[in-house]
Design a protein around this ligand. Structure first.
Ligand code: AVJ
Length: 333
């Protein structure tokens, strides 16, 4: 651990080292040597990718961000009243844009004590800590720079009052079913039975045409976002992907109830990943899976939470029932 900053109000610790790079190397080595090629979606988000994602959130076809914001705008006070939350732990906090609505509601209720952002991007955690202690007098921020899949154990023990652990934005959808439940179980360990709550954002199952448009927009921003992961591999691992020779593919798998994004090679290709001494062959039209984004029914959400030892307490949706924020807790206490 590296202490990055310590004042009366702010404490930021980093757990990311040079191993961040190794995880891309490992994922390329594992994922691109399989019979069905695959790369995990976390590598989308370099500076360009983060920028493209921000643009996706503004697209007319991409409803999740707007729908979730609408729920938070309308129901934050209710969430705070139902949980009595004094502390907000946020996994993948980013700029904390939507979180501010919750922090504001906690401040208005007079319960706000501490915010614990967890994010891999050091600058995000430092900047938002600074901004938030200015915006919310008396707030303490304990930031964790780390990967929420690897560094959850460094989230501090709950302190004063009840805590909400928030995992919003729908990122839980990136986990395939087995690891999704394992990850929810790890989150549950951060909660005291009968005291704390998980606030989880999940996109909902709906008309496949609406879902597919959200992941294949007419302006081509999602296509650029998808291809960008190849630029990341080229830069970080000295590879020579011909990025423009890959076609963006997005479809809703009705059986598994998830959106799948792929990159399809438009011709035969041999790619050299020089940093790994690895050569990868693509057959014409061969596809590389880059993301799954699971869509939920309330039934399946309840079942996934139950499998992680959590009880679904409340499901809040937007007026069009596009997206859900759910509150769950460990029974007992
Ligand atoms: C950030 C994982 C919630 O799955 O909708 C947006 C990422 N991918 N468009 C999602 C994404 C393509 C997004 N999450």
């Amino acid at each position: 651990m590296q202490a990055l900053l310590r004042t009366d109000a702010i404490r930021v610790e980093s757990y990311v080292g040079p191993s961040g790079e190794r995880s891309l190397a490992d994922d390329v080595l594992d994922g691109l040597t399989r019979p069905f090629k695959e790369l995990p979606p976390k590598h989308f988000y370099d500076a360009t990718g983060a920028d493209l994602f921000d643009r996706i959130c503004e697209l007319p076809e991409y409803y999740p961000t707007r729908a979730e914001r609408a729920i938070l705008e309308q129901r934050s006070a209710e969430i705070v009243a139902a949980t009595g939350a004094a502390e907000l732990v946020e996994l993948g906090s980013g700029t904390a844009a939507k979180t501010r609505l919750l922090l504001r509601a906690m401040a208005d209720a007079g319960t706000l004590r501490r915010y614990v952002p967890v994010d891999v991007t050091e600058a995000m955690v430092l900047t938002c800590a600074d901004e938030l202690v200015d915006e919310f007098p008396g707030l303490r921020v304990h930031g964790i720079v780390g990967d929420f899949e690897r560094h959850l154990s460094h989230v501090p023990r709950p302190d004063d009052g009840p805590r909400i652990v928030a995992f919003i934005g729908g990122t839980i959808g990136n986990f395939p079913p087995g690891s999704r439940r394992r990850f929810l179980r790890a989150i549950a360990k951060l909660l005291r039975p009968g005291v704390d709550h998980l606030l989880l954002g999940t996109d909902l199952v709906k008309d496949p045409a609406v879902l597919e448009a959200a992941y294949d927009d007419s302006a081509g921003i999602t296509a650029a976002f998808n291809r960008n992961v190849l630029h990341v591999v080229n830069r970080e691992l000295d590879a020579d992907f011909d990025v423009d020779a890959f076609e963006h593919v997005a479809f809703f798998d009705r059986e598994r109830e998830w959106i799948e994004m792929r990159l399809r090679a438009q011709r035969r290709m041999d790619v050299n990943v020089r940093a790994l001494g690895l050569k990868i062959a693509f057959a014409p039209r061969e596809e590389l899976r880059t993301e799954i984004s699971a869509k939920f029914t309330v039934e399946r959400l309840g079942a996934d939470l139950a499998a992680a030892g959590l009880e679904l307490r409340d499901v809040l949706t937007d007026p069009d029932e596009l997206f859900a924020l759910s509150l769950s807790a460990r029974p007992g206490g």
